[in-house]
Design a protein around this ligand. Sequence first.
Ligand SMILES: N[C@@H](CC(=O)O)C(=O)O
Ligand SMILES: NC(=O)OP(=O)(O)O
Length: 292
Amino acid sequence: MRTLTTIEQLSTDDILFLVKRARQLKAGSPSQVPPGLVAANLFFEPSTRTKMSFEMAERKVGLTVLPFEAQFSSATKGESLYDTVKTLEAIGVDVLVIRHTDNAYYEPLIGKVKPVIINGGDGTGNHPTQSLLDLMTIMEEFEELEGRTITIVGDLAHSRVARSNVHVLSRLGANLQFVSPPEWQAEFETQASLDDAIEKSDVIMLLRVQHERHQPGQSFTREQYHSQYGLTVERMHAMKDDAIILHPAPFNRGVEIADEVVEGSKSRIFEQMKNGVFMRMAILEYLLKEEA
Ligand SMILES: N[C@@H](CC(=O)O)C(=O)O
Ligand SMILES: NC(=O)OP(=O)(O)O
């Protein structure tokens, strides 16, 4: 396999292998990427975690990383993504991590370009590397997902993280619950009350309110959202003793999550970010093993 564009393209064995390998890398196992390969990270949408943790992972596995800034690239002169990728291929880039506003931006590239393509997020479509690092974080806590209840809370309609996670978590046997404002529930069957959902949950996975994808007038005040759908300190105290909190970040303190909860004992949010580096190392190793 030469690309990772959606989580659906991975078999369950691939997924479990990547989690195991990322945990080995986190424990200090040396990486096994052939020397002399070159990466570039093409982010046409803003990013802090995905871009920086890919760059960290690329350097840790020994890749040379070429800088690319979308706003100073010839994309601003109208060059297409396809022509940008063909250019980088001609220059000698072996692996491209791409984030783009268009859903499924990768389709015209697959089978037509030589570099390995890794999806760092496409519109409201997919965020496969986020799902894998979320899964790693959950498995560090519980090992098995079978019989565990995971509640995904928030802007389901506009979240690529929700879409990728629903697929992988249900494939591995978790019971999924959803809580969302009716306007943002999309195709998901939601629970009426966050308080009822919390009591049964082993994992509360919060989603960011995706303001940048909303039409004007489609939002709530911070206070309205927080009181109805936010993880308040009181709600955190109502969680099971061993239950944990995830959020892909960036998080809006005081909106999806109370300020005090972000770094509280149930939060694994910064562990998700740490795990992101090791998961991305495992993904690079997996995709590049046979390159040279
Ligand atoms: N950073 C994640 C989640 C978010 O921004 O809400 C994403 O790019 O999808
Ligand atoms: N979680 C995540 O994808 O963060 P960034 O948008 O900062 O990359």
